[in-house]
Design a protein around this ligand. Structure first.
Ligand SMILES: [Mg+2]
Length: 254
């Protein structure tokens, strides 16, 4: 039993979006409803989804740094999407109506990944406590986890808990503390190499990169060498796993 560094894992932290919950699929669902109502008839749904997720101006990350609120980042991204795919520029009121459509489509698309419960069962059997840490709002992520049937995972820290999110080490430290653990005894897994696995490792945790799509996903292009069991960035190397089951096995919970 132990992490790659040989340290025993006493607690586990999960990212939420695209780690426990298939948020990518939910965004596809939301954008399908938005495209039907707002975008040019010939807009490719695949292109629309890729464009949305790329967030080319980094508005969501600015939000996680506390630089703009959630509404502002989403409205800017919505208008950027419209500019690219034949939608009209939206005023505040028009955006509010758009967001109702988007949010309903998004929430209707929320699903847990198939491997989540098996991983959690393994941790329960091994007596390892766990919880979630996210760059979205605390209450919203609690609702999301409950909606997809993962209420067994307690939310510990959201972007609004401290007013900023990952990669700041303080969010990892606080989440570990809320599990009664310390960073060196805590493993963390998330789908983004930089703000999840590398940032957690930098904060003193055992950071794991969940690379479900083997580098074929637009957001995982930092590790487009499918099949490798590790990934390196900024001089730090982290374990890379394709499923949550492989993660629980690798920390000694089978
Ligand atoms: Mg994520």
């Amino acid at each position: 039993m132990g992490s790659r560094a040989g340290a025993t894992v006493h607690a586990v932290l999960f990212d939420v979006d695209d780690t426990l919950v298939d948020t990518k699929g939910a965004f596809r669902h939301a954008l399908t409803t938005v495209a039907a109502e707002y975008l040019a008839a010939d807009a490719s749904l695949a292109d629309v989804a890729t464009f949305w997720r790329a967030d080319r101006h980094g508005y969501y990350r600015a939000h996680t740094r506390g630089e703009m609120d959630h509404r502002e980042q989403r409205m800017r991204r919505a208008n950027d999407l419209h500019a690219e795919f034949g939608g009209a520029l939206m005023s505040d009121a028009a955006y509010d109506a758009w967001d109702v459509v988007f949010e309903q489509g998004f929430q209707d698309g929320w699903r847990a990944f198939d491997d989540a419960h098996a991983c959690l069962d393994s941790l329960d059997e091994a007596g390892i406590p766990y919880g979630a840490l996210s760059n979205a709002r605390f209450d919203y992520q609690s609702l999301k986890l409950a909606t997809v049937g993962l209420e067994r995972v307690p939310m510990l820290v959201g972007v609004d808990t401290l007013g900023f999110g990952k990669p700041d080490p303080r969010v990892f430290e606080l989440a570990a503390e809320r599990l009664g653990s310390v960073p060196s005894g805590t493993a963390y897994i998330g789908d983004e190499l930089d703000i999840d696995a590398i940032a957690a490792t930098r904060a003193g945790l055992s950071g794991y990169w969940l690379d479900r799509w083997g580098g074929t996903d637009a957001r995982s292009d930092q590790g487009a060498d499918g099949g490798k069991s590790e990934a390196t960035q900024d001089g730090l190397t982290v374990p890379r796993v394709a499923t949550l089951r492989k993660f629980s096995a690798s920390i000694g919970a089978h």
